[in-house]
Write a protein that binds this ligand. Structure first.
Ligand code: ZN
Length: 458
Protein backbone atom coordinates (compact mmCIF):
# COMPACT_ATOMS: atom_id res chain seq x y z
CA UNK A 1 0.00 0.00 0.00
CA UNK A 2 1.38 3.45 -0.92
CA UNK A 3 1.59 6.44 1.42
CA UNK A 4 -0.88 8.16 -0.81
CA UNK A 5 -3.47 5.43 -0.13
CA UNK A 6 -2.67 5.45 3.54
CA UNK A 7 -3.23 9.17 3.83
CA UNK A 8 -6.43 8.92 1.82
CA UNK A 9 -7.85 6.16 4.01
CA UNK A 10 -6.70 8.02 7.12
CA UNK A 11 -8.52 11.11 5.93
CA UNK A 12 -11.59 9.04 5.14
CA UNK A 13 -11.64 7.35 8.54
CA UNK A 14 -11.20 10.73 10.27
CA UNK A 15 -14.10 12.07 8.27
CA UNK A 16 -16.28 9.05 9.12
CA UNK A 17 -15.35 9.36 12.78
CA UNK A 18 -16.65 12.91 12.70
CA UNK A 19 -19.97 12.14 11.03
CA UNK A 20 -20.86 8.60 12.20
CA UNK A 21 -20.73 7.32 15.78
CA UNK A 22 -17.87 4.82 16.00
CA UNK A 23 -20.00 2.04 17.52
CA UNK A 24 -22.33 1.92 14.52
CA UNK A 25 -19.42 1.84 12.09
CA UNK A 26 -17.70 -0.95 13.94
CA UNK A 27 -20.86 -2.99 14.40
CA UNK A 28 -21.53 -2.74 10.70
CA UNK A 29 -18.11 -4.02 9.84
CA UNK A 30 -18.74 -7.59 10.98
CA UNK A 31 -20.13 -10.22 8.65
CA UNK A 32 -21.45 -13.73 9.23
CA UNK A 33 -22.24 -16.85 7.25
CA UNK A 34 -24.44 -19.73 8.40
CA UNK A 35 -25.15 -23.27 7.17
CA UNK A 36 -26.39 -26.63 8.44
CA UNK A 37 -26.36 -30.28 7.42
CA UNK A 38 -28.23 -33.30 8.72
CA UNK A 39 -25.82 -35.84 10.23
CA UNK A 40 -28.35 -38.38 11.52
CA UNK A 41 -27.02 -41.85 10.64
CA UNK A 42 -29.02 -43.34 7.77
CA UNK A 43 -28.47 -46.88 9.05
CA UNK A 44 -29.04 -48.43 12.45
CA UNK A 45 -25.69 -48.42 14.27
CA UNK A 46 -24.12 -48.40 17.73
CA UNK A 47 -24.81 -45.40 19.94
CA UNK A 48 -22.15 -43.69 22.07
CA UNK A 49 -22.20 -42.53 25.68
CA UNK A 50 -23.27 -45.51 27.77
CA UNK A 51 -21.26 -48.71 28.14
CA UNK A 52 -24.38 -50.62 29.14
CA UNK A 53 -26.09 -50.40 25.72
CA UNK A 54 -26.27 -53.88 24.21
CA UNK A 55 -27.74 -53.36 20.74
CA UNK A 56 -27.64 -50.77 17.94
CA UNK A 57 -30.05 -47.84 17.49
CA UNK A 58 -33.73 -48.56 16.81
CA UNK A 59 -35.36 -45.28 15.86
CA UNK A 60 -35.25 -41.52 15.99
CA UNK A 61 -36.68 -38.85 18.28
CA UNK A 62 -34.94 -35.92 16.59
CA UNK A 63 -32.48 -35.48 13.76
CA UNK A 64 -28.84 -34.77 14.59
CA UNK A 65 -27.31 -31.67 13.02
CA UNK A 66 -23.97 -30.14 12.23
CA UNK A 67 -24.20 -26.36 11.97
CA UNK A 68 -21.64 -23.78 11.03
CA UNK A 69 -21.18 -20.08 11.66
CA UNK A 70 -18.36 -18.07 10.12
CA UNK A 71 -17.61 -14.71 11.69
CA UNK A 72 -15.63 -12.15 9.73
CA UNK A 73 -14.31 -8.83 11.01
CA UNK A 74 -13.69 -5.62 9.02
CA UNK A 75 -10.18 -6.72 8.06
CA UNK A 76 -11.54 -9.94 6.58
CA UNK A 77 -10.22 -12.21 9.36
CA UNK A 78 -12.51 -15.20 9.80
CA UNK A 79 -13.38 -17.79 12.43
CA UNK A 80 -15.49 -20.89 11.75
CA UNK A 81 -17.39 -22.58 14.58
CA UNK A 82 -18.97 -25.94 13.75
CA UNK A 83 -21.45 -27.29 16.32
CA UNK A 84 -22.18 -31.00 16.33
CA UNK A 85 -25.00 -33.02 17.89
CA UNK A 86 -22.45 -35.71 18.76
CA UNK A 87 -20.95 -37.18 21.94
CA UNK A 88 -17.37 -36.28 21.07
CA UNK A 89 -14.69 -36.30 18.43
CA UNK A 90 -11.20 -37.81 18.47
CA UNK A 91 -7.93 -36.12 17.59
CA UNK A 92 -7.31 -37.97 14.32
CA UNK A 93 -10.73 -37.24 12.81
CA UNK A 94 -10.65 -33.65 14.06
CA UNK A 95 -7.21 -33.05 12.52
CA UNK A 96 -8.27 -34.60 9.24
CA UNK A 97 -11.39 -32.39 9.06
CA UNK A 98 -9.43 -29.23 9.94
CA UNK A 99 -6.67 -30.00 7.43
CA UNK A 100 -9.22 -30.41 4.63
CA UNK A 101 -11.02 -27.21 5.68
CA UNK A 102 -7.70 -25.37 5.57
CA UNK A 103 -6.90 -26.73 2.12
CA UNK A 104 -10.33 -26.22 0.61
CA UNK A 105 -11.56 -23.11 2.40
CA UNK A 106 -8.32 -21.41 3.50
CA UNK A 107 -9.13 -21.34 7.20
CA UNK A 108 -6.11 -22.15 9.36
CA UNK A 109 -6.24 -24.33 12.49
CA UNK A 110 -6.66 -21.35 14.83
CA UNK A 111 -9.64 -20.19 12.76
CA UNK A 112 -11.65 -23.40 13.10
CA UNK A 113 -13.27 -25.00 16.16
CA UNK A 114 -15.42 -28.13 16.33
CA UNK A 115 -17.87 -28.14 19.25
CA UNK A 116 -19.66 -31.30 20.43
CA UNK A 117 -22.98 -31.10 22.29
CA UNK A 118 -22.07 -34.39 24.05
CA UNK A 119 -25.49 -35.90 23.37
CA UNK A 120 -25.50 -39.48 24.64
CA UNK A 121 -28.07 -40.42 21.99
CA UNK A 122 -25.85 -40.06 18.94
CA UNK A 123 -23.65 -42.52 17.04
CA UNK A 124 -20.18 -43.78 17.87
CA UNK A 125 -17.80 -41.28 16.26
CA UNK A 126 -14.67 -42.82 14.76
CA UNK A 127 -11.98 -43.47 17.45
CA UNK A 128 -13.66 -41.46 20.24
CA UNK A 129 -13.88 -43.76 23.32
CA UNK A 130 -11.72 -46.17 21.32
CA UNK A 131 -11.17 -49.14 23.66
CA UNK A 132 -14.93 -49.55 24.26
CA UNK A 133 -15.74 -49.59 20.60
CA UNK A 134 -12.69 -51.25 19.13
CA UNK A 135 -12.63 -54.15 21.57
CA UNK A 136 -16.21 -54.63 22.72
CA UNK A 137 -18.42 -54.20 19.64
CA UNK A 138 -19.43 -56.76 16.99
CA UNK A 139 -17.31 -56.63 13.79
CA UNK A 140 -20.14 -55.38 11.54
CA UNK A 141 -20.47 -52.30 13.78
CA UNK A 142 -16.86 -51.32 13.14
CA UNK A 143 -17.55 -51.06 9.42
CA UNK A 144 -20.60 -48.88 10.05
CA UNK A 145 -18.55 -46.66 12.40
CA UNK A 146 -15.80 -46.17 9.79
CA UNK A 147 -18.40 -45.49 7.10
CA UNK A 148 -20.18 -42.89 9.25
CA UNK A 149 -16.90 -41.12 10.11
CA UNK A 150 -15.88 -40.83 6.45
CA UNK A 151 -19.27 -39.43 5.48
CA UNK A 152 -19.23 -37.02 8.44
CA UNK A 153 -15.82 -35.68 7.42
CA UNK A 154 -17.02 -35.04 3.86
CA UNK A 155 -20.20 -33.41 5.15
CA UNK A 156 -18.34 -31.07 7.53
CA UNK A 157 -15.85 -29.92 4.89
CA UNK A 158 -18.78 -29.17 2.59
CA UNK A 159 -20.66 -27.45 5.44
CA UNK A 160 -17.67 -25.15 6.04
CA UNK A 161 -17.78 -24.17 2.36
CA UNK A 162 -21.51 -23.47 2.50
CA UNK A 163 -21.07 -21.20 5.55
CA UNK A 164 -18.21 -19.30 3.89
CA UNK A 165 -20.34 -18.86 0.77
CA UNK A 166 -23.16 -17.43 2.91
CA UNK A 167 -20.98 -14.66 4.44
CA UNK A 168 -22.92 -11.39 4.35
CA UNK A 169 -23.14 -8.14 6.32
CA UNK A 170 -24.50 -8.79 9.80
CA UNK A 171 -25.27 -7.06 13.06
CA UNK A 172 -23.80 -9.16 15.84
CA UNK A 173 -24.66 -8.68 19.47
CA UNK A 174 -24.12 -10.66 22.63
CA UNK A 175 -25.71 -11.06 26.05
CA UNK A 176 -25.65 -13.54 28.89
CA UNK A 177 -28.72 -15.35 30.22
CA UNK A 178 -29.33 -17.93 32.95
CA UNK A 179 -30.76 -21.44 33.16
CA UNK A 180 -30.79 -23.50 36.32
CA UNK A 181 -31.35 -27.13 35.35
CA UNK A 182 -27.64 -28.09 35.55
CA UNK A 183 -26.90 -29.79 38.87
CA UNK A 184 -23.49 -30.72 40.24
CA UNK A 185 -23.64 -34.52 40.17
CA UNK A 186 -20.75 -34.98 42.59
CA UNK A 187 -22.31 -32.98 45.42
CA UNK A 188 -26.02 -33.86 45.03
CA UNK A 189 -27.57 -37.34 45.05
CA UNK A 190 -29.63 -37.82 41.87
CA UNK A 191 -32.66 -39.32 43.64
CA UNK A 192 -32.76 -36.44 46.14
CA UNK A 193 -32.55 -33.62 43.60
CA UNK A 194 -36.32 -32.86 43.29
CA UNK A 195 -36.58 -32.47 47.07
CA UNK A 196 -33.28 -30.55 47.32
CA UNK A 197 -34.49 -28.23 44.56
CA UNK A 198 -37.83 -27.69 46.29
CA UNK A 199 -35.98 -26.88 49.52
CA UNK A 200 -33.46 -24.61 47.76
CA UNK A 201 -30.67 -26.87 48.97
CA UNK A 202 -28.93 -27.87 45.72
CA UNK A 203 -25.17 -27.74 46.24
CA UNK A 204 -22.61 -26.34 43.81
CA UNK A 205 -20.29 -25.64 42.25
CA UNK A 206 -22.24 -24.98 39.04
CA UNK A 207 -22.21 -22.27 36.39
CA UNK A 208 -25.68 -21.30 35.22
CA UNK A 209 -24.62 -18.62 32.71
CA UNK A 210 -25.93 -18.99 29.17
CA UNK A 211 -23.93 -16.74 26.84
CA UNK A 212 -25.64 -15.88 23.54
CA UNK A 213 -24.40 -14.39 20.28
CA UNK A 214 -27.25 -13.11 18.09
CA UNK A 215 -26.85 -12.60 14.34
CA UNK A 216 -29.22 -10.23 12.56
CA UNK A 217 -29.06 -9.33 8.89
CA UNK A 218 -29.02 -5.76 7.63
CA UNK A 219 -32.83 -5.75 7.52
CA UNK A 220 -32.88 -6.61 11.22
CA UNK A 221 -34.06 -10.19 10.74
CA UNK A 222 -32.71 -12.81 13.16
CA UNK A 223 -30.51 -15.28 11.24
CA UNK A 224 -28.57 -17.06 13.96
CA UNK A 225 -28.36 -17.73 17.69
CA UNK A 226 -25.15 -19.24 19.05
CA UNK A 227 -25.44 -20.20 22.70
CA UNK A 228 -23.62 -22.23 25.34
CA UNK A 229 -24.37 -23.91 28.65
CA UNK A 230 -22.41 -26.14 31.03
CA UNK A 231 -24.40 -29.35 31.47
CA UNK A 232 -24.19 -32.95 30.29
CA UNK A 233 -26.61 -33.97 27.51
CA UNK A 234 -27.65 -37.09 29.36
CA UNK A 235 -31.39 -36.86 29.95
CA UNK A 236 -31.97 -39.82 27.64
CA UNK A 237 -30.28 -43.21 27.51
CA UNK A 238 -32.44 -45.19 25.08
CA UNK A 239 -32.03 -46.50 21.53
CA UNK A 240 -33.42 -43.59 19.50
CA UNK A 241 -31.28 -40.88 17.86
CA UNK A 242 -31.79 -37.63 19.71
CA UNK A 243 -29.99 -34.35 20.31
CA UNK A 244 -31.09 -34.67 23.98
CA UNK A 245 -31.88 -31.35 25.74
CA UNK A 246 -29.51 -29.28 23.50
CA UNK A 247 -31.24 -30.77 20.44
CA UNK A 248 -34.66 -29.81 21.79
CA UNK A 249 -33.38 -26.32 22.72
CA UNK A 250 -32.15 -25.75 19.16
CA UNK A 251 -35.41 -27.07 17.67
CA UNK A 252 -37.47 -24.89 20.00
CA UNK A 253 -35.50 -21.73 19.10
CA UNK A 254 -35.73 -22.49 15.38
CA UNK A 255 -39.50 -22.99 15.70
CA UNK A 256 -39.92 -19.75 17.66
CA UNK A 257 -37.79 -17.81 15.16
CA UNK A 258 -38.45 -19.06 11.61
CA UNK A 259 -35.42 -18.54 9.37
CA UNK A 260 -33.02 -18.57 12.32
CA UNK A 261 -30.33 -21.21 12.83
CA UNK A 262 -29.69 -22.16 16.48
CA UNK A 263 -26.22 -23.46 17.32
CA UNK A 264 -25.28 -24.97 20.70
CA UNK A 265 -21.84 -25.36 22.26
CA UNK A 266 -21.25 -27.22 25.52
CA UNK A 267 -19.53 -25.49 28.42
CA UNK A 268 -17.49 -27.12 31.20
CA UNK A 269 -20.32 -29.40 32.28
CA UNK A 270 -18.36 -32.60 32.89
CA UNK A 271 -19.58 -32.81 36.49
CA UNK A 272 -23.02 -31.31 35.80
CA UNK A 273 -26.14 -33.31 34.95
CA UNK A 274 -29.64 -32.24 33.90
CA UNK A 275 -31.56 -33.51 36.91
CA UNK A 276 -34.00 -35.15 37.30
CA UNK A 277 -33.79 -37.03 34.00
CA UNK A 278 -34.60 -40.12 31.85
CA UNK A 279 -37.84 -39.05 30.16
CA UNK A 280 -38.42 -37.41 26.78
CA UNK A 281 -40.73 -34.92 28.52
CA UNK A 282 -37.82 -33.78 30.74
CA UNK A 283 -35.44 -33.48 27.74
CA UNK A 284 -38.05 -31.31 25.99
CA UNK A 285 -38.63 -29.29 29.15
CA UNK A 286 -34.89 -28.51 29.63
CA UNK A 287 -34.79 -27.62 25.92
CA UNK A 288 -37.60 -25.12 26.53
CA UNK A 289 -35.89 -23.73 29.64
CA UNK A 290 -32.72 -23.21 27.61
CA UNK A 291 -34.68 -21.58 24.77
CA UNK A 292 -36.38 -19.29 27.33
CA UNK A 293 -32.96 -18.29 28.69
CA UNK A 294 -31.72 -17.49 25.18
CA UNK A 295 -34.93 -15.62 24.29
CA UNK A 296 -34.68 -13.57 27.50
CA UNK A 297 -31.31 -12.26 26.31
CA UNK A 298 -32.91 -11.20 23.00
CA UNK A 299 -35.31 -8.98 24.91
CA UNK A 300 -32.34 -7.11 26.39
CA UNK A 301 -30.66 -4.58 24.14
CA UNK A 302 -27.59 -6.82 23.81
CA UNK A 303 -24.10 -5.43 23.39
CA UNK A 304 -23.10 -4.91 19.75
CA UNK A 305 -19.95 -6.74 18.72
CA UNK A 306 -17.39 -4.11 17.75
CA UNK A 307 -13.65 -4.14 17.14
CA UNK A 308 -11.84 -7.01 15.53
CA UNK A 309 -11.48 -10.78 15.69
CA UNK A 310 -8.38 -12.51 17.01
CA UNK A 311 -7.88 -16.25 16.95
CA UNK A 312 -5.17 -18.30 18.65
CA UNK A 313 -4.72 -22.08 18.99
CA UNK A 314 -2.00 -24.11 20.65
CA UNK A 315 -1.59 -27.63 21.93
CA UNK A 316 0.13 -28.00 25.28
CA UNK A 317 1.76 -31.16 26.61
CA UNK A 318 -0.81 -31.96 29.32
CA UNK A 319 0.98 -34.14 31.89
CA UNK A 320 -0.22 -37.64 32.77
CA UNK A 321 0.47 -39.41 36.07
CA UNK A 322 2.57 -42.51 36.73
CA UNK A 323 2.35 -44.93 33.80
CA UNK A 324 1.46 -48.61 34.21
CA UNK A 325 4.12 -51.22 33.47
CA UNK A 326 3.68 -53.84 30.77
CA UNK A 327 3.02 -56.37 33.56
CA UNK A 328 0.26 -54.11 34.99
CA UNK A 329 -1.34 -54.00 31.55
CA UNK A 330 -1.05 -57.76 31.09
CA UNK A 331 -2.79 -58.31 34.43
CA UNK A 332 -5.59 -55.90 33.45
CA UNK A 333 -5.91 -57.53 30.00
CA UNK A 334 -6.45 -60.93 31.63
CA UNK A 335 -8.72 -59.53 34.35
CA UNK A 336 -12.51 -59.69 34.77
CA UNK A 337 -13.28 -55.97 34.23
CA UNK A 338 -14.10 -55.86 30.52
CA UNK A 339 -13.42 -52.13 30.18
CA UNK A 340 -10.05 -52.33 31.96
CA UNK A 341 -9.23 -55.37 29.82
CA UNK A 342 -10.20 -53.56 26.60
CA UNK A 343 -8.00 -50.57 27.40
CA UNK A 344 -5.07 -52.80 28.41
CA UNK A 345 -5.35 -54.86 25.20
CA UNK A 346 -5.44 -51.67 23.13
CA UNK A 347 -2.36 -50.25 24.86
CA UNK A 348 -0.47 -53.57 24.63
CA UNK A 349 -1.27 -53.74 20.90
CA UNK A 350 -0.04 -50.15 20.48
CA UNK A 351 3.18 -51.03 22.34
CA UNK A 352 3.68 -54.13 20.19
CA UNK A 353 3.34 -51.87 17.14
CA UNK A 354 6.17 -49.70 18.46
CA UNK A 355 4.03 -46.93 20.04
CA UNK A 356 5.25 -46.14 23.55
CA UNK A 357 2.70 -45.18 26.23
CA UNK A 358 2.05 -41.45 26.33
CA UNK A 359 3.44 -39.55 29.32
CA UNK A 360 1.57 -36.43 28.21
CA UNK A 361 -1.18 -35.52 25.75
CA UNK A 362 -1.32 -32.77 23.09
CA UNK A 363 -4.21 -30.86 24.64
CA UNK A 364 -5.92 -28.25 22.43
CA UNK A 365 -6.54 -24.74 23.77
CA UNK A 366 -7.93 -21.93 21.62
CA UNK A 367 -8.98 -18.38 22.48
CA UNK A 368 -11.10 -16.28 20.16
CA UNK A 369 -11.42 -12.60 20.96
CA UNK A 370 -14.68 -11.31 19.52
CA UNK A 371 -14.02 -7.59 19.68
CA UNK A 372 -12.91 -5.85 22.85
CA UNK A 373 -15.48 -7.57 25.08
CA UNK A 374 -15.99 -11.24 24.42
CA UNK A 375 -13.25 -13.75 25.00
CA UNK A 376 -14.16 -17.26 23.93
CA UNK A 377 -11.98 -19.90 25.58
CA UNK A 378 -12.20 -23.19 23.69
CA UNK A 379 -11.02 -26.33 25.50
CA UNK A 380 -10.84 -30.02 24.59
CA UNK A 381 -12.12 -32.93 26.65
CA UNK A 382 -14.83 -33.21 29.27
CA UNK A 383 -13.90 -30.22 31.39
CA UNK A 384 -15.23 -29.89 34.95
CA UNK A 385 -16.96 -26.71 36.12
CA UNK A 386 -14.02 -25.47 38.24
CA UNK A 387 -12.26 -24.35 35.02
CA UNK A 388 -15.17 -22.16 33.90
CA UNK A 389 -15.51 -20.56 37.33
CA UNK A 390 -11.76 -19.95 37.69
CA UNK A 391 -11.24 -18.57 34.18
CA UNK A 392 -14.29 -16.31 34.37
CA UNK A 393 -13.04 -15.00 37.69
CA UNK A 394 -9.44 -14.52 36.41
CA UNK A 395 -10.58 -12.95 33.13
CA UNK A 396 -13.81 -11.10 32.34
CA UNK A 397 -16.77 -12.73 34.11
CA UNK A 398 -19.71 -13.27 31.76
CA UNK A 399 -17.68 -11.76 28.92
CA UNK A 400 -15.47 -14.84 29.11
CA UNK A 401 -17.17 -17.84 27.53
CA UNK A 402 -15.61 -21.21 28.33
CA UNK A 403 -16.37 -24.12 26.02
CA UNK A 404 -15.40 -27.74 26.62
CA UNK A 405 -15.89 -30.78 24.37
CA UNK A 406 -14.18 -28.93 21.51
CA UNK A 407 -11.73 -30.09 18.86
CA UNK A 408 -10.71 -33.32 20.63
CA UNK A 409 -12.62 -35.12 23.37
CA UNK A 410 -9.79 -37.32 24.69
CA UNK A 411 -10.82 -37.74 28.36
CA UNK A 412 -12.38 -36.00 31.34
CA UNK A 413 -10.38 -32.94 32.43
CA UNK A 414 -10.54 -32.72 36.22
CA UNK A 415 -9.38 -29.69 38.17
CA UNK A 416 -6.71 -30.26 40.80
CA UNK A 417 -9.51 -30.45 43.39
CA UNK A 418 -11.53 -33.06 41.49
CA UNK A 419 -8.39 -35.06 40.62
CA UNK A 420 -7.43 -35.28 44.29
CA UNK A 421 -11.01 -36.08 45.37
CA UNK A 422 -11.06 -38.84 42.74
CA UNK A 423 -14.28 -40.55 41.67
CA UNK A 424 -15.49 -40.85 38.08
CA UNK A 425 -14.50 -37.40 36.80
CA UNK A 426 -11.24 -37.49 38.78
CA UNK A 427 -9.91 -40.72 37.33
CA UNK A 428 -12.42 -43.57 36.95
CA UNK A 429 -13.53 -42.35 33.53
CA UNK A 430 -10.03 -42.51 32.02
CA UNK A 431 -10.40 -46.20 31.24
CA UNK A 432 -13.23 -45.63 28.72
CA UNK A 433 -11.22 -43.13 26.72
CA UNK A 434 -8.04 -45.21 26.57
CA UNK A 435 -5.37 -42.92 28.01
CA UNK A 436 -2.96 -45.12 30.02
CA UNK A 437 -3.40 -43.47 33.42
CA UNK A 438 -4.92 -40.49 35.26
CA UNK A 439 -3.75 -36.88 34.73
CA UNK A 440 -0.90 -35.46 36.82
CA UNK A 441 -1.90 -32.93 39.52
CA UNK A 442 -0.35 -30.09 37.42
CA UNK A 443 -3.05 -30.51 34.73
CA UNK A 444 -5.13 -27.55 35.95
CA UNK A 445 -2.21 -25.13 36.22
CA UNK A 446 -0.84 -26.05 32.81
CA UNK A 447 -4.19 -25.52 31.09
CA UNK A 448 -5.00 -22.28 32.95
CA UNK A 449 -1.52 -20.90 32.20
CA UNK A 450 -1.94 -21.57 28.48
CA UNK A 451 -5.40 -19.97 28.44
CA UNK A 452 -4.17 -16.86 30.27
CA UNK A 453 -1.23 -16.55 27.90
CA UNK A 454 -3.48 -16.67 24.85
CA UNK A 455 -6.15 -14.46 26.43
CA UNK A 456 -3.62 -11.78 27.30
CA UNK A 457 -1.88 -11.77 23.93
CA UNK A 458 -2.39 -8.21 22.65
ZN1 ZN B 1 -19.60 -37.10 29.65
Amino acid sequence: MSWHHCLCSLALSLLLTLVVPQSILAADSWQAGLAKVNITPTKSMWMAGYGARNKPSEGKLTDLWAKAIVLQDASGHRALAITLDLVGIDRILSQSICQRIEKEHRLKRDQVALFCSHTHSGPVVSKNLRPMHEYLLPADQKELIAEYAQKLEDQLVELAGAAVKDIQPAKLSWASGKATFAVNRRTNKEAEVPQLRADGKILGPSDHDAPVLAVHNEQGELRGLLFGYACHATVLSGYDWCGDWPGYAQLELEQRHPGCLALFWAGCGADQNPLPRRTVALAEDYGRQMADAVDATLKQAGTPLTGSLKTTYRELAAPLGTLPTKEDLQTAADGKDKYQAARAKMLLADMAAGKALRSDYPYPVAVWQLGPDVQWVILGGEVVIDYALRLKSDLRGTKTWVAGYANDVMAYIPSRRVLIEGGYEGGGSMVYYGLPTIWAPEIEESIVKEVLQQAKTP
